[in-house]
Design a protein around this ligand. Structure first.
Ligand SMILES: [Zn+2]
Length: 235
């Protein structure tokens, strides 16, 4: 059996390790939720960009349709004028203008047809991205809820163990508690370790036969000559 004060330290260390594990789990939660949130933002951005592109294409289509109407009107007016022209030269000039307007008209019509295809494609992209956005939104809300509940549970456990720890720590002699606390910090959360196969299980350095016997007898507090951790015999 270890010394009573060492037994107290073992129990305290057990609580300290549980608290540390729970605190690490607590710290891991906000970045996780943030990850879902930034995925949601990216997806919202992509959806908005697709919507913007669709709106732009519609705007271009309306502009081109307006332009087409104007060109058609101009051609019609010139056609009417042809009847009033007497001079041959002027007649050919206006005829030439009409031809140019007709060419412009068919170029515009082609452009508008092409735009219809692009608008259809853009509308499909908007729908896909909206679906993706809604999915990510639902996922984010779900995760935020679940992780929030987990965080609350972890914090309650930390509070509970911290309370227990306080009670235990008060029973330990101040100097010993101080050494333990210092060791816990400097030795990666392990201040009290059992001897295993004749070695300190904290640093794995072998004990002298004398030290080995002393730890086993458990009459005085023994520490590892190499890492200074508090040692006990686990029979
Ligand atoms: Zn050691």
């Amino acid at each position: 059996m270890p010394l009573p004060e060492v037994e107290e330290l073992i129990a305290l260390q057990d609580l300290d390790r549980r608290i540390a594990t729970l605190e690490a789990a607590t710290r891991a939660i906000p970045p996780l939720v943030q990850e879902f949130e930034s995925r949601l933002h990216a997806s919202r951005g992509a959806h908005e960009a697709a919507r913007g592109a669709h709106v732009e294409l519609e705007k271009t289509r309306r502009l081109k349709e307006g332009e087409l109407k104007q060109v058609e009107q101009q051609a019609k007016e010139k056609q009417v004028r042809l009847w009033e022209i007497r001079k041959n030269e002027e007649y050919s000039a206006v005829l030439k203008e009409i031809e140019l307007l007709k060419a412009k008209q068919s170029a515009l019509e082609e452009g508008i047809l092409l735009l219809f295809d692009q608008i259809e494609e853009a509308a499909r992209t908007v729908a896909t991205r909206e679906g993706d956005f809604r999915e990510r939104e639902a996922e984010f809300v779900r995760q935020r809820g679940a992780k929030g509940a987990e965080l609350t549970r972890l914090q309650q456990e930390v509070a509970e163990f911290t309370k227990q720890r306080g009670g235990r720590a008060r029973r330990i002699e101040a100097g010993l508690l101080q050494s333990y606390t210092r060791l816990l910090k400097s030795r990666g959360g392990l201040a009290v370790v059992p001897v295993k196969d004749g070695s300190c299980s904290g640093c794995f350095v072998a004990l002298t036969p004398q030290a080995h016997t002393e730890v086993r007898k458990a009459e005085v507090l023994m520490t590892c000559a190499n890492c200074q951790r508090i040692l006990y015999w686990k029979g």
